[in-house]
Write a protein that binds this ligand. Structure first.
Ligand code: DQA
Length: 146
């Protein structure tokens, strides 16, 4: 089963970006971790990152057309992009929103995500483990759905 793991702006810089907040795992390591976790769980995981909003919208449209499950870290777009939220609302498969940091314990402008209301569930503050937990959840969920 195909699962898209989609990442928004600046996440390609993981490993060097604000390591006190986002940790030392590089983006390349995150990709490997998601693909390996997917393999263990019997999922075909495709991991992507973009700094261009229209590109993320295209990937969400693709997932919507396929009825695929999505793990999404919308990064800064979480807090203001109605376009990303609208694209998420078109998904037919489950959507797990992931944030590496605990957005509720940070600046007030990060406390609200416009995506959360259209997500199946949200994981935040557990570091890059959040991606693994999201995939674990989806594997169980997809195995029991028709
Ligand atoms: C983030 C939190 C956002 O507020 C921030 O803009 C990011 C990353 C996280 O993973 O903790 O870029 O989504």
């Amino acid at each position: 089963m195909r699962v898209y793991v989609l990442n928004g702006p600046n996440l390609g810089r993981l490993g060097t970006r604000q390591v006190d907040v986002y940790g030392v795992t590089s983006y390349a390591d995150l990709v490997t971790m998601c693909v390996d976790t997917g393999r263990e769980l019997g999922l075909d995981v495709v991991v992507r990152q973009t700094d261009a909003e229209h590109e993320l919208l295209g990937w969400l449209h693709e997932a919507a057309d396929e009825g695929a499950a999505v793990v999404l870290n919308p990064a800064a777009w979480s807090h203001y992009s109605i376009a990303v939220r609208d694209a998420c609302a078109m998904l037919r498969g489950p959507l797990v929103e992931v944030h590496i940091s605990n957005i509720h314990a940070r600046e007030e402008f990060r406390h609200h995500s416009v995506v959360s209301a259209v997500a199946t569930g949200v994981i935040c503050g557990l570091g890059v483990d959040g991606y693994r937990l999201a995939l674990l959840h989806l594997a169980g969920r997809l195995a029991t759905s028709d």
